[in-house]
Design a protein. Structure first.
Length: 100
């Protein structure tokens, strides 16, 4: 939430690049990664373009609200799947906690 705003009821922004969906091993359908951190979404685009030889300037990272992501899924359940990518800081925190 912005400074001074009440955090309850605020939208959680999700970030995605529609062109970097990966094929599901189970269904063969595309799975779109949804990031909670904008910089991590940009980093994923950079890694994807390096792997495929593309140009990062050709790919756009967009912001989606959770209701918009759900709407996309409901409208196209056979072809739409998401993978929520937790923030790297959260993963690091959990790993540090578990390894003591």
């Amino acid at each position: 939430a912005p400074p001074g705003a009440h955090p309850l009821g605020q939208q959680v922004p999700l970030f995605a690049c529609m062109e970097i969906a990966q094929e599901s091993e189970e269904t063969g359908n595309p799975v779109l990664p949804l990031f909670l951190v904008l910089d991590e979404a940009h980093e994923a685009v950079k890694l994807a373009t390096e792997a495929d030889g593309g140009n990062t300037e050709d790919l756009e990272v967009v912001s989606l609200s959770l209701p918009k992501a759900v709407q996309l899924f409901v409208e196209n359940p056979e072809t739409t799947a998401f993978q929520f990518v937790p923030p790297r800081a959260s993963i690091d925190h959990i790993q540090n906690y578990l390894t003591g």
